[in-house]
Design a protein around this ligand. Structure first.
Ligand SMILES: Cc1ncc(COP(=O)(O)O)c(C=O)c1O
Length: 329
């Protein structure tokens, strides 16, 4: 049994089957590659619809850290950036490596307050991977509007179950392999106009060209005018699996998934004596719990010494009850 989507999501059948047939084509050298690339474009369109943002604002890549690494080039020298102290390092390290920036960590609960005058950017996860905590997005957006701070949101633990509107933020980065149930190797970035103007697309290659298939060789530099200028060349097979996974999520709809995931997470919370919460990820101090789960063949995780379970589409109430049983609750 699997309750660890916060680590990686399980592929829906159409995603698995599409990937198998692409691997078979590859194995036999039976096709050219262009149609694998078309999956990237269909997935980009799905992502734009899911986050209610214009497709021209969506860039694609393989990992969150690379995409965040691109957008932080927009921040000027000495810019003060605030980040929650528990932030995942794929968002934190791309900032810290820019030694020209003044990066300060603050307790997650104080993030909105810390976006005061003088702060030029805030970088944070919409949902924290180590605690499951959902950020106070309204408070962060309001504080940033007040001070003019750039907002960089890592929504990897959110998109796929938490309703989110990307154009509330200057940038939203998201890996596909967790709540979007896609293979490792597909990731998205949305960018605002003011950010796109300032970013240096330092990983640009042929796929960042205005016309991809006329950008194979030779100068001049001819990058896309839209967010596609931040594209990284697609890892084909990852995208072949990502397209059907996103289409399935669109068909079911985020509101329905949100309700399903939260009802399971809160059923589990009730079983271990916790108040209901607003997260599909539950982190709890349950001494010996991880060992019991492992012995029972249930896949969960331990983060910061606490048992982390995460509940998604393929889980149901029986799964929750089984885990509670194994935990003797
Ligand atoms: C919040 C968050 N962002 C990003 C990632 C993955 O980042 P990357 O694609 O750079 O490996 C994870 C993985 O656990 C995560 O929890």
């Amino acid at each position: 049994m699997y309750c660890n989507t916060a680590s990686y999501g399980l592929p829906p059948r159409p995603a698995w089957e599409a990937l198998q047939s692409a691997l078979d084509e590859w194995h036999g050298g039976r096709t050219s590659w262009e149609h694998w690339g078309r999956s990237t474009e269909a997935a980009r369109a799905s992502f734009a619809r899911l986050l209610d943002v214009d497709i021209g604002r969506v860039a694609v890549g393989s990992t969150v850290s690379e995409l965040i690494g691109s957008v932080v080039t927009a921040l000027p020298a000495e810019a003060r950036v605030v980040v929650p102290d528990v932030e995942f390092t794929s968002t934190l390290f791309p900032l810290l490596v820019q030694r020209r920036l003044d990066v300060r960590t603050v307790p997650a609960a104080r993030l909105a307050d810390a976006i005061a005058e003088g702060v030029e950017a805030v970088a944070f996860s919409a949902v924290q991977m180590s605690t499951g905590e959902v950020a106070d997005l309204d408070a962060i957006v309001a504080a940033a509007e007040g001070s003019g701070a750039i907002t960089l949101c890592d929504a990897t633990q959110a998109v796929g179950w938490l309703p989110l509107q990307a154009d509330r933020f200057d940038a939203v980065a998201c890996g596909g392999y967790k709540w979007l149930m896609s293979p490792r190797g597909s990731a998205f970035l949305t960018v605002s106009d003011r950010l796109l103007e300032r970013v240096v697309p330092h990983s640009a290659g042929w796929y960042a060209g205005e016309n991809v298939h006329e950008s194979y060789f030779g100068p001049p530099l001819r990058l896309a005018s839209s967010a596609r200028r931040l594209d990284l060349s697609p890892a084909w097979f990852s995208w072949v699996g990502t397209q059907p996974a996103l289409e399935l999520i669109e068909r079911i709809g985020i509101p329905a998934i949100h309700a399903h995931d939260l009802s399971l997470a809160n059923r589990f919370r009730a079983g271990i004596g916790l108040e209901p919460s607003d997260s599909a990820i539950v982190c709890a101090d349950l001494p010996g719990g991880a060992e019991r789960m492992e012995r029972a063949g249930i896949i969960a995780a331990v983060r910061g010494g606490r048992l982390r379970t995460s509940w998604h589409l393929y889980n149901d109430e029986h799964d929750v009850d089984r885990v509670l049983d194994v935990l003797d609750r």
